[in-house]
Every structure is written in structure tokens, then in C-alpha cells.
Ligand binder design. Structure first.
Ligand SMILES: NC(=O)c1ccc[n+]([C@@H]2O[C@H](COP(=O)([O-])OP(=O)(O)OC[C@H]3O[C@@H](n4cnc5c(N)ncnc54)[C@H](OP(=O)(O)O)[C@@H]3O)[C@@H](O)[C@H]2O)c1
Length: 234
């Protein structure tokens, strides 16, 4: 009998993360749907379970090392391997200022969640991922983190996503010999609480490349930045 596929998604109580969790569950994954807010996470997991899928809520705040460790223990007790880790949780609180006026405290907080969060979640979960036949980590980044055409928009957020892309490259190199593929994805501008109602893309469009990397993408695709199922420049 084929092994039950397993996935963990961070920040899965709403937006793109919830859609990724829903779609992976629909494709037969046992999904560990994680969120920092218990009530919102339980509600989201119940919604996915209602569709007949296997989903469990795990409390996980990516900015809190103790919370990440607890979550890794909880998942390791419930599953003997992890096939897919989606580092989706993120924050974006820049105002209209540029890098000359931005508050360094905000830059630090944003890096803490958007880059160090995925780093510590990867560190905590890779032993379980290494037990998969084809482990995959997908870091949900942003086009504004690309250095080649970066301008003055949202410095804290942009800097944090560039740092996340470096986490992707470092993780891909470190995990290559363990058979775990690691990539960054930009979902495009998506209608969520973060993207706002004027964004052109649906959550399904935003989730598409992540779900593709989790399920169908060539296994040797690693250490890349992906948009709409294509490799783009960093
Ligand atoms: N929407 C866009 O246009 C767009 C574009 C490019 C990239 N992205 C990226 O896509 C990802 C998902 O964003 P979204 O648009 O779906 O935004 P969203 O609806 O605001 O969702 C963000 C999620 O991240 C969670 N989160 C924030 N800080 C967290 C922490 N410390 N620990 C755990 N969870 C935390 C939020 O939880 P709470 O509900 O508790 O706050 C929420 O579940 C983010 O990484 C974002 O940067 C989005």
C-alpha cells in the first residue's frame, strides 16, 4: 500500500495558506494545518475536514522558537514522515515610506516572521522531511523580494523576502544530499487580507505554483524562484 502523503502549512487559517491546505487535502494529503491563533486554526481545519479530507490543526507561531519546537514534536508524534512543508505565514506592515524613513524595528520584526520564521520551521521539521521518499519545502516569497528589479517599495517586507530567498538557496544546498527539494514561490498579487480587494489574482491562482511544486514538479527542481510554474530570476 502507498504511504499516506503528509504536508504541513504555516499560516493556514486564511488566505493563500488556507487554499494551499485545502487543495493538498483534496489531493489526498494528510494536512497539518497550522496557525498561531487556536480558534481560527481549528475553524479552518474543521472546514477542510468537512470536505471529507484528512486535516489536523497544529498551533504554531513562526516567530516563537518554543512554539515551533512544540509543533514539530506534535507532528512527529502523529506522523512518521513529512512529505511537504509550506512556509506560507507572513506579515506585511510597511507604510508608504521608503528605506530612508522606515523604522528599523519594523524591518527587524518583519525579518523575524518572514525569513527567520521559515528558517526555524525548516530546522525543526527537516528530520521528519528527510524520512520522506521525496521531501519538498516551498517558501512563499514575493516578487518584491527579487533583487534584479527591486525599487523603493515596502522596504521592510521586500528586505525580508530577499532574506527568505537566501534561506531557500541555503536550505536547498544543505538538503540536496538528503533528497529534499527547496524552492521559493511568488504567488503574484492576490486578493487576501494582505493583498487587499483590488488585487487581480484569486487565492486559487496564488496557490497554484505551490501546489504544483508540492505534487507534480520535477523532483530535481530545487534552489529556484518560481512564478506560474516557471523559474524566474532572483
Ligand atoms: N496577497 C498577496 O498579494 C501576496 C503577494 C506576495 C506574497 N504573498 C505572501 O503569501 C503568504 C500568505 O499571505 P496572504 O496573502 O494569504 O496573507 P494573509 O491572508 O494576511 O495571511 C497571512 C497568514 O500568515 C499568518 N501569520 C502571520 N504572522 C504569523 C506568525 N508569526 N506565526 C504564524 N502565522 C503567522 C497569519 O496569521 P494571523 O491570521 O494570525 O495573522 C495568516 O494566517 C505570505 O507569506 C505573503 O507574504 C502574498
Amino acid at each position: 500500500m502507498a504511504k499516506q502523503k503528509t504536508a504541513l502549512v504555516t499560516g493556514a487559517n486564511k488566505g493563500i495558506g488556507l487554499e494551499i491546505a485545502r487543495e493538498l487535502a483534496e489531493r489526498g494529503f494528510h494536512v497539518f494545518l497550522s496557525a498561531r491563533k487556536r480558534d481560527a486554526g481549528l475553524k479552518a481545519a474543521a472546514m477542510v475536514q468537512k470536505q471529507g479530507a484528512k486535516a489536523d490543526f497544529v498551533e504554531l507561531d513562526v516567530s516563537d522558537p518554543a512554539s515551533v519546537k512544540r509543533a514539530a514534536k506534535e507532528v512527529a508524534a502523529a506522523a512518521d514522515h513529512l512529505d511537504v512543508l509550506v512556509n506560507n505565514a507572513g506579515m506585511h506592515e510597511d507604510g508608504d515610506g521608503d528605506v530612508l524613513t522606515t523604522d528599523p524595528k519594523l524591518v527587524r520584526e518583519t525579518i523575524e516572521t518572514n525569513a527567520l520564521g521559515p528558517l526555524r520551521v525548516t530546522q525543526a521539521f527537516w528530520p521528519l522531511l528527510a524520512k520522506s521518499d521525496a521531501g519538498r519545502i516551498i517558501n512563499v516569497s514575493s516578487g518584491v523580494g527579487a533583487l534584479h528589479d527591486m525599487e523603493s517599495y515596502a522596504p521592510a517586507y521586500s528586505i525580508s523576502k530577499t532574506a527568505l530567498n537566501a534561506v531557500t538557496r541555503q536550505s536547498a544546498a544543505a538538503l540536496k544530499s538528503k533528497g529534499v527539494a527547496v524552492n521559493s514561490v511568488t504567488p503574484g498579487w492576490v486578493r487576501t487580507d494582505m493583498g487587499g480587494t483590488g488585487a487581480p489574482r484569486s487565492v486559487q491562482e496564488g496557490a497554484d505554483s505551490v501546489v504544483w511544486l508540492a505534487t507534480e514538479a520535477p523532483k530535481d527542481l530545487t534552489g529556484q524562484f518560481v512564478q506560474d510554474r516557471r523559474v524566474i530570476p532572483w
